[in-house]
Design a protein around this ligand. Sequence first.
Ligand code: ZN
Length: 134
Amino acid sequence: MKAKKSSLYAVFNFKCPRCHEGKFFLSHPYDLSKAGDLHEHCSACGLKYEKEPGFYYGAMYVAYALAVALFVTIWTSYNLWFPNVSVGWQIGTVIFATIILGPYIYALSKTIWAKFFIKYDPNAIAEFKSNHHS
Ligand SMILES: [Zn+2]
């Protein structure tokens, strides 16, 4: 229960940024026909995920930052541990990793972006339920 309060839990498990309970995406990141498609509302707390049209355009910056971080991590690892590997092979690995991790990075960028603006609210689910019954 304690882990669920952490933002990292919500971000990496693709949960609702407000209640950390409801699912954020329609499907998993590698279901490419639905990649990055969000539920309209959180099933647990009723939060409207797309606060305004185009809200998630900004997630592109996050995706870019993640891609750069990935690139730097691979590059640094090569130079630390495998300095004799050819540059072509290094570039190949970066491209391969970007393609393989691309959908995951894309999904992650949206949950991280949402988390920038939407704070965890432990009472969100209870409030949503009480509003529903009245
Ligand atoms: Zn929620």
